[in-house]
Design a protein around this ligand. Structure first.
Ligand code: SAH
Ligand code: SF4
Length: 350
């Protein structure tokens, strides 16, 4: 494995420190930062604002890329693009770009594999390989930012819903978001990010205390402990009542809406009974008439290691109707890019 530092792992202040060590003027940090995050440069020779000697020094010191593109797949409608990358040590990760109306959304990975073992998830079926560094998370974004720039477009939204459990790799995930937030660089606002978690309660508490503007999504998938634990082993450690209590606290502290994800599996969790239980669970998140919960229903993306089937659209609509009757806003999501296995982990796991 390449032992040179990955350039995307450096914060602004790290560059300031480095250039001080190298006896370079302080403004070099801004030049390099803007080169990377505003001009989207990824080759040392592109940094023409720097003297050649410094460019060479940077080229010798840093690794300018930690990602090798292995496969790029485009959906039939051309709106979804999925990439399988190899990290410097050969571990596979996936990143997806979705085009929808004016949005250009990236779905990024935070780990190679995942330790949470959700039965229906291709990444869970792979097991845990390792955490990604913050720079490896950031570089996925910069890769697609460059591709989009070629068409005069920009990344508008980022969902941390690719491979891995972001709150199991909390520090690197939030450091990556901070780097992409930086006003003198990439400058993508916190509200443009959504972190999806399987429900690691201590990290939800910590996240609440940080009072960020980043959106939070929680993968619920079942409304009672028995069913949820059979699909999401983490539920044995963090049962539903404790999870909901932490989320009520989160909403009280941040006044921000929580999105709940629910992969609809035929005859398992698409029943009217589950819908009613879910509606009851979410009632405490309705405050002064405003619902601080939103449910995303996504028909299951079938995976090799799981025998469950996608729910029918009729069952999805009936489920949605029950929630809405109880005042819980709900969206049925269409699976995008199913022809390219855009469910994360499906390429890397195969
Ligand atoms: N680890 C985080 C984020 C990555 S998974 C989490 O679990 O929330 C992103 C979303 O995809 C989660 O809601 C997850 O439950 C869902 N998902 C995983 N496998 C799926 C599948 N086969 N079909 C539909 N959704 C799936
Ligand atoms: Fe991990 Fe999320 Fe997949 Fe569960 S659903 S195994 S937490 S990536």
């Amino acid at each position: 494995m390449n032992q040179q530092p990955l350039i995307y792992d450096y914060n602004y202040s790290d560059f300031e420190r480095l250039f001080e060590e190298w006896d370079e003027p302080a403004y070099r940090a801004r030049q390099v930062w803007q080169g990377i995050y505003t001009n989207l440069w990824n080759q040392p020779e592109q940094f023409t604002s720097l003297p050649r000697t410094l460019r060479d020094k940077l080229a010798g010191y840093f690794d300018f890329s930690g990602l090798t593109t292995q496969t790029i797949l485009r959906s039939n409608d051309g709106e979804t693009l999925k990439t399988l990358f190899r990290l410097r040590d050969g571990q596979p990760i996936e990143t997806v770009r979705m085009r929808y109306m004016r949005r250009r959304t990236l779905c990024i990975s935070t780990q190679a594999g995942c330790a949470m073992g959700c039965t229906f998830c291709a990444t869970g079926q792979m097991g845990f390989r390792r955490h990604l560094s913050s720079g490896e998370i950031v570089e996925q974004v910069m890769f697609f930012a460059r591709l989009l720039a070629e068409q005069g477009e920009k990344v508008t939204n980022i969902v941390v819903m690719g491979m891995g459990e972001p709150f199991h790799n909390y520090d690197s995930t939030l450091a990556a978001i901070d780097r992409l937030n930086h006003p003198e660089g990439f400058n993508l606002g916190s509200r443009r990010f959504t972190i999806s978690t399987v429900g690691l309660i201590p990290m939800i508490r910590r996240f609440a205390q940080e009072k960020r503007q980043v959106n939070l999504a929680v993968s619920l998938h079942a409304a009672d402990d028995e069913l949820r634990a059979s699909m999401l082993p983490v539920n044995r450690k963090y049962p539903i009542n404790e999870l909901m209590a932490a989320l009520v606290e989160y909403v009280e502290i941040t006044h921000r809406r929580v999105t709940f994800e629910w992969a609809l599996i035929r005859d398992i969790n698409d029943t009217p009974e589950q819908a009613r239980k879910l509606a009851a669970l979410l009632q405490p998140l309705k405050k002064s008439g405003a619902a601080l919960a939103h449910v995303n229903l996504i028909p299951l993306n079938p995976t090799r290691g799981f025998s469950g089937q996608a729910a029918t659209l009729d069952r999805a609509r009936a489920f949605k109707a029950i929630l809405e009757e109880k005042g819980i806003p709900c969206t049925v999501r269409i699976r995008r890019g199913i022809d390219i296995q855009a469910g994360c982990g499906q390429l890397a796991g195969s």
